[in-house]
Design a binder for this molecule. Structure first.
Ligand code: CTP
Ligand code: MG
Length: 235
């Protein structure tokens, strides 16, 4: 397995961070909000750049915050890895496309990681990157579902119980051969919540690797409270 001999710094990571955090409540762009004295975005970028595979981090910043974000993150990406900050777009997909367009030509593997998953472990980044390097065109980290899942109709009545064993909850970073991600974004017509969804539409097979509880997505106030506990516990 090439994973035993990981190349250093052959991966670019895109960090869409331009969302408003509406579900978290008032307080400005979510990526710039505080978690234990540090912004969610700085937590994410720090952890991403701790992964040996990562040679470049491209952040899509919230509208009007590009310079502030570039200054705040300057110390978070250690040389020789490079930090690039671009303006985000109207939707997550636009933000990812803007970041992708700024990736320097030498990077053949691209990961996409939501700033909202601030406590991503560097080991998860390495795992996803290694699977792409091993030949998978598209790789997603997943967790099994814990809740029972039911299909429900408009009136609130249950139609049926879904077989949970075939379902997975999907996280980021998602990893791609660069040409595959570029083709997926060129072909994109619908707005989807993840990049692997765009790649699936091209007919490309997507490989799953184990995700991490620490990479939870901070969406609502409850998630921020959980992240604070995880941080205090050493995540
Ligand atoms: N994102 C982005 N550009 C947008 C919208 C979202 O870069 N126009 C980013 C967010 O900053 C986040 C990731 O996409 O890191 C996942 O989005 P989500 O968790 O939905 O964050 P928000 O859009 O900020 O939250 P909400 O939907 O509650 O407003
Ligand atoms: Mg959103």
């Amino acid at each position: 397995m090439t994973a035993q001999h990981p190349l250093r710094g052959d991966v670019a990571v895109l960090v869409p961070a331009a969302g408003m955090g509406t579900r978290l409540g008032p307080g400005g762009p979510k990526a710039l909000r505080d978690l234990g004295g540090t912004s969610l975005l700085a937590h994410a970028v720090r952890r991403l750049s701790r992964a040996d595979a990562v040679g470049c981090v491209v952040v899509a910043a919230p509208a009007g915050h590009r310079d502030e974000v570039a200054a705040a993150l300057a110390g978070e990406v250690a040389a020789p890895a490079e930090l690039i900050v671009v303006d985000g777009g109207e939707t997550r997909q636009h933000s990812v496309a803007a970041a992708l367009a700024a990736v320097p030509p030498e990077f053949g593997i691209v990961l996409v990681h939501d700033a909202a998953r601030a406590l991503v472990p560097p080991s998860l980044v390495q795992r996803v990157a290694a699977a792409v390097r091993d030949g998978h065109d598209a790789v997603i980290p997943v967790l099994p579902l814990v809740d029972t899942v039911k299909q429900v109709d408009d009136s609130g009545h249950v139609i049926g119980t879904v077989d949970r064993s075939v379902l997975r909850a999907v996280q980021t970073p998602q990893g791609f051969r660069r040409s595959v991600l570029e083709a997926a974004h060129r072909a994109a017509v619908d707005a989807l919540t993840d990049d692997a969804g765009l790649v699936e539409k091209l007919g490309v097979r997507v490989m799953c690797v184990p995700g991490s509880e620490a990479a939870l997505k901070i969406t609502r106030p409850h998630d921020l409270a959980v992240a604070e506990i995880l941080l205090r516990a050493g995540a």
